[in-house]
Design a protein around this ligand. Structure first.
Ligand code: ADP
Length: 485
């Protein structure tokens, strides 16, 4: 990998703590491997609580000066960082594909998507407006000012090694916070490359640290128990989100949570069927089904069920599995053996209860963690796929008859992140959009993520929003000034 990069220094094997690159020295290390080939890319130091505490102290030391700068000043550095991410997008994409497995074109898309959050929040840094309130008594003047929350810690998953961090560090730095990141152990290299570019963009030391660690629970405890950390922002499973919320309760820490989903994708009789198939392809199989907004349950109205299943199967046949670095590959491997086991379990459970495998259904002949993109027909609500997030390339097709029933089924889950539906009748479009208990609804589209819109979930899918003008609010405190004149 190193020799293929235009700038080989972007491949880092040290952690970035308080503005210093800290190598393994005599510390323990862990391997970062390529999931498509199984080979070790680099070995990074395995940091623990002591190093994390050091990064947190450095963050605190740097934060006050950063917060005291003008928004415009902070914006200029973020903007320079964005520009460097875009200039180095090919290298960043190659590092991402190597550690995570998604095809190079998709990885490049993620880098540009991640960079767009840095750009957006660079712009927003200048627009953190306060408020004046007409006084409640003749001599009173009431003002609300906005201030950064302080030191922010983040824990992120492997499925978007760049963008999940960019969506958090962008608004945090724009608001005047300092940021300590713990990327997933599977994918720390994209985070380290981002830190290197931030350093080159002139970000002062200490404001952005990256802890490489294989003991996430330990780091999570330090984040929650260290009184200097005022906020934790997490993207990952609902199970781990609950643990962190419990831990953070001790010091009533601010929390942002982007948790699991169980997205319904509904195709009504009056839908444009080709558009629905295209939407399902992107929503279901993007990132090999490994996103929290991937369609998890596909409900198709009886009148178009067979036609939809047939058209979807034809499109699935066009997918090409392989090493993300090879031309023409549309789909990489799954991240791990565990991921493959979950997919197999969901398929076996559905088949045992009467579902049919329309296409795929088994590990790919490529071996490793490659799995054939799968469609299941005749799926019912008794099957595991109805309630659990598969996080893999399985499209379970449920048949439904009427609108009220499908909405009830769609909402019958603890999750409330993304949902999708395809329909043309305008009254139905409004009715369904308002009835779905989700933070996000894709209407006649399978792709909804953008830095300009608020991303986030309701119910047990999360707390807070990322992106849009609202995204910076999660990193800001309001302070009320009551002045007697
Ligand atoms: P995923 O299925 O995406 O790996 P997880 O919620 O297990 O979802 O992991 C998301 C992130 O949370 C990863 O960086 C992982 O290392 C971290 N993590 C897992 N368990 C804990 C924990 N108990 N405390 C803190 N972080 C954790």
């Amino acid at each position: 990998l190193k020799t293929s990069l235009k700038d080989p220094t972007l491949l880092c094997d040290a952690a970035y703590l308080g503005g210093d690159w800290v190598g393994a020295d005599s510390r323990a290390t862990f391997d970062v491997t390529n999931p498509a080939r199984g080979d070790v890319i680099v070995t990074v130091p395995d940091m623990g609580r002591a190093e994390t505490a050091r990064a947190i102290d450095a963050a605190k030391a740097a934060q006050a000066d950063w917060a005291a700068r003008t928004g415009k000043d902070r914006a200029a550095i973020l903007r320079a960082w964005h520009d460097l991410m875009v200039e180095n997008a090919d290298d960043l994409a190659a590092i991402l594909t190597a550690e995570m497995g998604k095809p190079l074109a998709e990885a490049k898309g993620e880098i540009l998507y991640g960079a767009s959050f840095i750009e957006w929040f660079a712009e927003e840094a200048k627009r953190v407006y306060g408020e004046t309130i007409p006084g409640h008594q003749p001599d009173k003047r009431l003002i609300v000012i906005k201030q950064p929350v302080g030191v922010v810690a983040s824990i992120t998953p492997w499925n978007f090694p760049n963008a999940m961090i960019a969506r958090k560090v962008g608004p945090a730095l724009a608001a005047g916070c300092a940021f300590v990141a713990k990327p997933a152990a599977e994918t720390p290299l994209s985070a380290l490359a981002m830190a290197l570019l931030a350093e080159r963009a002139g970000l002062p030391k200490g404001l952005f640290s990256v802890i490489t660690s294989s003991s996430s629970a330990e780091i999570g405890k330090e984040f929650c128990e260290n009184p200097t950390v005022r906020k934790l922002t997490f993207t990952g499973s609902t199970e781990v989100g609950r643990i962190l919320l419990r831990q953070g309760a001790e010091q009533v820490m601010k929390m942002s949570m982007e948790l699991g989903g169980n997205a319904p994708f509904i195709v009504f009789d009056d839908a444009d069927l080709d558009a629905a198939v295209e939407g399902a392809m992107i929503s279901k199989y993007r990132n090999n089904g490994q996103t929290c907004v991937c369609a998890n349950r596909i409900y198709v109205q009886a009148g178009v069920y067979d036609a939809f299943a047939e058209k979807l199967a034809a499109k699935v046949q066009e997918m090409t599995l392989g090493d993300g670095f090879e031309d023409g590959v549309t789909t990489g491997p799954l991240i791990s053996r565990d991921a493959v086991e979950k997919v197999e379990e969901h398929i076996a459970d559905a088949v045992s209860k009467g579902a049919k495998v329309a296409t795929g259904g088994k590990p790919s002949a490529l071996g490793g963690t490659f799995f054939e993109p799968t469609i299941l027909t005749g799926v019912t609500r008794e099957m595991q796929v109805a309630t659990d997030e598969t996080f893999g390339p399985v499209a379970p097709l449920f048949r439904f008859e009427d609108e009220a029933d499908v909405i009830a089924q769609a909402n019958d889950t603890i999750f409330g992140l993304a949902s999708y539906f395809f329909a043309r009748d305008l009254s139905r479009v409004w009715r369904v959009a308002e009835a779905l208990e989700y933070g996000m609804v894709g209407i006649n589209t399978g792709l909804i993520s953008t830095e300009v819109a608020p991303f986030g979930g309701v119910k047990q899918s999360g707390l807070g929003r990322e992106g849009s003008r609202h995204g910076i609010e999660d990193y800001i405190e309001m302070k009320y000034l009551c002045m007697s004149v």
